[in-house]
Design a protein around this ligand. Sequence first.
Ligand SMILES: Nc1ncnc2c1ncn2[C@@H]1O[C@H](COP(=O)(O)OP(=O)(O)O)[C@@H](O)[C@H]1O
Ligand SMILES: [Mg+2]
Length: 395
Amino acid sequence: VSPSRDDEDAVSLARLTGRRAYSMIHTTHNGGRAFDIVVPIFTGDRFSGSVTVTIALTAMLADAVPWWIAEQHRISFVNSAGTTLASKSRVETEEAEADYTLAFDPPGHGLYLAIAPYRTKTSLVHNSLVVAIVVLALLSCASLLVAYRHMRGRIRAEEMTRRHSEKLARNARLITMGELASTLAHELNQPLSAIESYATGCLNKLDSGDYTANEMRAALDKLSVQARRAGQVVHHVHEFVSRREPKIGVVDVAALLRDTLAFIAPAARRYDVTLQSEIADDLPNVKADQILLEQVLLNLIRNGFEAMVETPPEDRVLTVSVMRREGGIEIAVADRGCGITPEIAERMFMPFVSTKPEGMGMGLNICRSIIESHRGRLWTTPRPGGGTVFAFTLG
Ligand SMILES: Nc1ncnc2c1ncn2[C@@H]1O[C@H](COP(=O)(O)OP(=O)(O)O)[C@@H](O)[C@H]1O
Ligand SMILES: [Mg+2]
């Protein structure tokens, strides 16, 4: 609720004192009198807004004063000048001498509750006065509570929206990596096919025995130019990855892992893989670049999925575990996939080494660069019972 001029003071007061504050009596858009109760909301120590509840005096009397009291008494709010601001009575015009007046909470704003019996004074007056006040107080508390709940819900919804857009930004970043990969493949296609045709040409010449050293040299020169060009493209990728503004911050690894698993869950369903996580509960926070860390996890998890396509569906379980380790943490991604043959084990961290028909072969290379730039270590071991474990440390 945005503050009107009337309760700006009350908002400042609420903000300053950290307690609820009351506005002056003011006139509402439909001509009635009302006052506002302002409750400040703090997120930690930071003032993040306030809830304002407007209590309309007439409506309050109408709702809160039971008919059996109104039957016999005129109950009204009067200001310090004696002007009636709102009242509930059986007969509107009937004048009655106020018998009891009582300063009403909020004090200090000159609001009084006046009650005047129409007929005889009885002890009922006293009781009804008490009842009326209690009911009024309850009513204002109840409406405040409702408004407060509503506001809390809204704050929570806003928080969710904010987190969601952060997530979108992050996903956009991941998509950029994907796009980068396809651009790269495109860029590399040309030099690689040129290299292949020069190499084939040279081989043919060699086989035919009909060649001169100069011819061979010229072809090999051109080949090496193309290879250099390919090398430059790769170099650019590395630069792109490492030159990204490093955003080293304190990372809650458990939360990051949960986010990542949630992000990858749809892919897991497509691969028919069950995701498991084992998160130790004494984890220290680590200093790292959150987005790059996620990138590593996603790459390793995806590799795990891809390694399990031949695994019977009931065995396709991928487990990500985080545990404490001296000086930091260790994260492990374990699959039940095809395992790694010694030949590929030697080369799989090199760029463009892939055994997959559509594979880029950049994933592990990027993962290792990222982990090493965090002064961690990335390694792999066979998993007992079949499959592979990729593990890395972070300090
Ligand atoms: N979890 C795994 N299980 C078995 N082999 C793997 C695993 N992860 C990676 N590899 C091997 O390492 C190669 C390189 O992986 P990577 O660099 O991510 O490139 P890509 O996934 O594009 O092939 C893969 O082609 C595969 O042969
Ligand atoms: Mg990969």
